[in-house]
Structure formats: structure tokens, C-alpha cells
Design a protein around this ligand. Structure first.
Ligand SMILES: N[C@@H](CCC(=O)N[C@@H](CS)C(=O)NCC(=O)O)C(=O)O
Length: 216
């Protein structure tokens, strides 16, 4: 098996998605911590931007090839290592599963990312209360739509009976929402899925606190 290396940060939700996918596939990987805060953010150092010119984690190295963007990385892994599949076989179900993943990864996460929060509190001089209101607003918009979609779901996970790409995105976003003390009580279906995910060993091992670079 080709060596896999993951440039990672324990609290990065995009890297957390990839850790889940790697664990679901049972793949061994070597982690390199890129501390997003220390030294002004190690994601900005030349050595790292040579790999990822967006100054973002994760970056995955597989077979000496460099891959960026968590969703692209997960789909790449799914094609290289098809079992267990992270997308449904049915074409329509596959599109619907990708839609849930993108709801989180494209329409919630980028609005609440570290660099956005830093811009809010820096150049825009938002105070802690405004930042928290911003954060909760985008979580509520996204999770309320996710909750509605789940009404049509059959099975313990976001897209039926197996953990999927959508779950790789949901779990880290819920971790972040809890960290920012967002009220998740309006989303009982989403919380039931999260309960199933938390009980799954691949998700448990990918949790931020389980990572070697986690700090109290
Ligand atoms: N769309 C990218 C997002 C990656 C991303 O936003 N990573 C965050 C951590 S979750 C990051 O590196 N932030 C550094 C910063 O904001 O300076 C992906 O899915 O890989």
C-alpha cells in the first residue's frame, strides 16, 4: 500500500473530515501537525504553502502526489479504496448525499472558518458577542436545512445505513458548533445521527481530543 501522509491540525474541521474517511477505510497514515495559531499560523510558512498555496489544512500526500480540498481528498480515497463506499451506489442517492456534504462544507464552514473569524475581530472590529452571533447564525441556517433533509432519511446515518461523505462533514461541524455553544436542540434528527456517529470507532478515533497535537 502506498504511504499516506496527512497535514493536519487537531481542531481543523476540514482535516477532521479526512481523518474520519481514512479511519472508515482502515488506512494507516502519518500525521504532520500544522498549528493554525502558533507562530502566526504555520499554514502560512513557505514550507507548507509549497504544498497548499491556499494556506489551509488539510493536505494529503498519497503515492508522492499532493492533494488538497477535503471533499476532493475524500472522493479520491473513495475511488482508490472503494470499500467501504462513502457514497451510495444509486445515482440519485449519491447526488443527494453530496448535497448534504456540500451544505456543510461549502455553505456553512467557509463562513465560520478561522480566517473569517480573525477578519471579523481584526479589521472589522467585531466584539465577542457579535462574533458569536455571526457564528450561530450560519450554523442555524445550515443545520435547519440539514434537519429538513433528514426527514426523508432511512437509517441511523445521514444517508441511510452506512456512514458517508455527508457524515464526514457533519460530525466536525457539530463539534465546532458545540465549541461555540450553539443551541442544537432544534435539530433532533441531526442529533440522533450524531449520536450514531459518536458511537462509531472511526469517528471516535478522529475526534480532535484524540489527536497527538491536541492541547488542553
Ligand atoms: N475548503 C477547504 C477548507 C479548508 C479550511 O478552511 N481549513 C481551515 C481549518 S478547518 C484552515 O486551514 N484555516 C486556516 C486559516 O483560516 O487561516 C477544505 O475543505 O479543505
Amino acid at each position: 500500500m502506498a504511504a499516506i501522509e496527512l497535514y493536519d491540525y487537531w481542531r481543523s474541521s476540514a482535516a477532521y473530515r479526512v481523518r474520519i474517511a481514512l479511519n472508515l477505510k482502515g488506512l494507516d497514515y502519518q500525521q504532520h501537525s500544522v498549528h493554525l495559531v502558533k507562530d502566526g499560523g504555520q499554514q502560512h510558512q513557505d514550507e507548507y504553502t509549497a504544498l497548499n498555496p491556499q494556506h489551509l489544512v488539510p493536505t494529503l500526500i498519497h503515492d508522492e502526489q499532493v492533494l488538497t480540498q477535503s471533499l476532493a481528498i475524500i472522493e479520491y480515497l473513495d475511488e482508490q479504496y472503494p470499500e467501504p463506499a462513502l457514497l451510495p451506489q444509486d445515482v440519485l442517492a449519491r447526488a443527494q448525499c453530496r448535497a448534504l456534504a456540500q451544505l456543510v462544507a461549502c455553505d456553512v464552514h467557509p463562513l465560520n472558518n478561522l480566517r473569517v473569524l480573525q477578519y471579523l475581530s481584526g479589521p472589522l472590529a467585531a466584539d465577542a458577542e457579535q462574533k458569536s452571533a455571526w457564528y450561530s447564525h450560519w450554523i442555524a441556517q445550515g443545520f435547519s436545512a440539514y434537519e429538513t433533509h433528514l426527514a426523508n432519511n432511512k437509517g441511523p446515518y445521514s444517508c441511510g445505513e452506512q456512514p458517508s461523505l455527508a457524515d464526514c462533514c457533519l460530525m466536525p461541524q457539530v463539534y465546532n458548533a458545540r465549541r461555540f455553544q450553539c443551541d442544537l436542540s432544534p435539530y433532533p434528527r441531526l442529533l440522533a445521527v450524531v449520536q450514531a456517529l459518536e458511537a462509531h470507532p472511526a469517528f471516535a478515533a478522529a475526534a480532535p481530543e484524540q489527536q497527538a497535537d491536541a492541547t488542553p
